[in-house]
Design a protein around this ligand. Structure first.
Ligand SMILES: Nc1nc2c(ncn2[C@@H]2O[C@H](COP(=O)(O)OP(=O)(O)OP(=O)(O)O)[C@@H](O)[C@H]2O)c(=O)[nH]1
Ligand SMILES: [Mg+2]
Length: 330
């Protein structure tokens, strides 16, 4: 990994060299503290060259067609002269290692394109860590000139929230007739969504799809407007047969333009970066807590918490006060 110097990595990434981009990402994903130092140096150098992409999150139940969608939507972006990077957020990836690569068949054509870059989810780590890695990977991809970053949520649960916190546009892929009607209307997801695509719509289920659309629009109608002046559109189509993707392309661009006009595009990104900051505050406090000087106290307080000798919250407070040099209150 250290066979390249930081200036070499910077130069390679800025010139769009995929191999060096991949090396840079590996550095970012490393858990070794000396690598983190290097990763910070790398990010410092490339930061002035970031921010110019459109970041799109894509969610939907397993099998909804996310990868198929990305393959064909990605190709459409390429046809429009754009460069596309595909990343994945997979909180369960330690079990389900590199699942996006398992999807090879579904992104086979996109993967072969010069102007496309596909990176699987980091192979381990807790959710917050994976989100952070994805955020930094996205920055590297931007520096390498990718115009669209597509992030697929893999697995279920909290990954949607994280992807929404990393992207400018949040796209929900819905399938009909698989019993996920209720999930689609699940408030949590619907509140985060900017564009809905009902996928796998074919002649035999067109009517059902239209009904689902009406239902979804009704549900959306009751939610507060997330972006001023934006009515979340529900589009029908087939990712597999390349139907409806042009409309998605238009809607995504329309949404980005509206956000820019409203002044929310950059504002939301600032809020997202603040979340990254908070992540690192927690991370560094924990690191300091476990460092040689404090580890004894850390273990002691933790034990008091685990045995419920005192409640975990007050025990944590005592420990942090001690860590910050305040007189211990015990
Ligand atoms: N008939 C039909 N099948 C589709 C369509 N889009 C995707 N599929 C099929 O649905 C299956 C799942 O597609 P994927 O793209 O892997 O779905 P995914 O959401 O990425 O799945 P996970 O990553 O496992 O969550 C595959 O067999 C696809 O060929 C479509 O528009 N019509
Ligand atoms: Mg997939």
């Amino acid at each position: 990994m250290t066979s390249f110097s930081i200036p070499q990595l910077v130069q390679g990434i800025l010139s769009g060299n995929k191999r060096l981009l991949a090396k840079g990402i590996t550095l970012i994903e490393s858990k070794k503290s000396e690598h983190r130092q290097l990763a910070d140096e790398l990010l410092h150098e490339i930061l002035p060259h970031t921010g110019s992409s459109v970041r799109v999150g894509i969610t939907g139940v397993p099998g909804a067609g996310k990868s198929t969608f990305i393959e064909n939507y990605g190709k459409l972006l390429l046809e429009n002269g754009k460069k596309v990077a595909v990343l994945a957020i997979d909180p369960s990836s330690s079990i389900n290692k590199g699942s996006i690569l398992g999807d090879k068949t579904r992104m086979e054509e996109l993967a072969k394109e010069v102007n496309a870059f596909i990176r699987p989810s980091p192979s381990s780590g807790f959710l917050g860590g994976v989100a952070n890695t994805t955020f930094e990977t996205m920055l590297l991809c931007e520096a390498a000139g990718y115009d669209y970053i597509l992030i697929e949520t893999v697995g279920v649960g909290q990954s949607e929230v994280l992807v929404a916190d990393l992207t400018d546009v949040f796209l929900f892929l819905k399938v009909i007739g698989t019993g996920d009607e209720l999930q689609g209307i699940k408030r949590g997801i619907m509140e985060m969504v900017d564009v809905v695509f009902i996928n796998k719509v074919e002649e035999n289920n067109l009517l059902k799809a239209k009904n689902t659309k009406t239902e979804l629009l009704r549900a959306l109608h009751f939610l507060p407007e997330k972006e001023k002046g934006w009515k979340v559109p529900v589009l029908l189509g087939s990712a597999l047969n390349n139907e409806g993707l042009n409309e998605i392309y238009q809607k995504v661009n329309e949404f980005v333009n509206l956000k820019n006009a409203n002044g929310t595009f950059l504002k939301v990104r600032e809020q997202q970066a603040e979340k990254r900051f908070d992540y690192w505050v927690h991370e560094y406090i924990l690191q300091k807590a476990r460092s040689e000087n404090s580890d004894e106290f850390y273990q002691k307080h933790k034990k008091n918490a685990s045995s419920l000798a005192s409640n975990p919250s007050s025990e944590a407070k005592k420990f942090v006060e001690r860590l910050l040099g305040k007189p211990a209150t015990e």
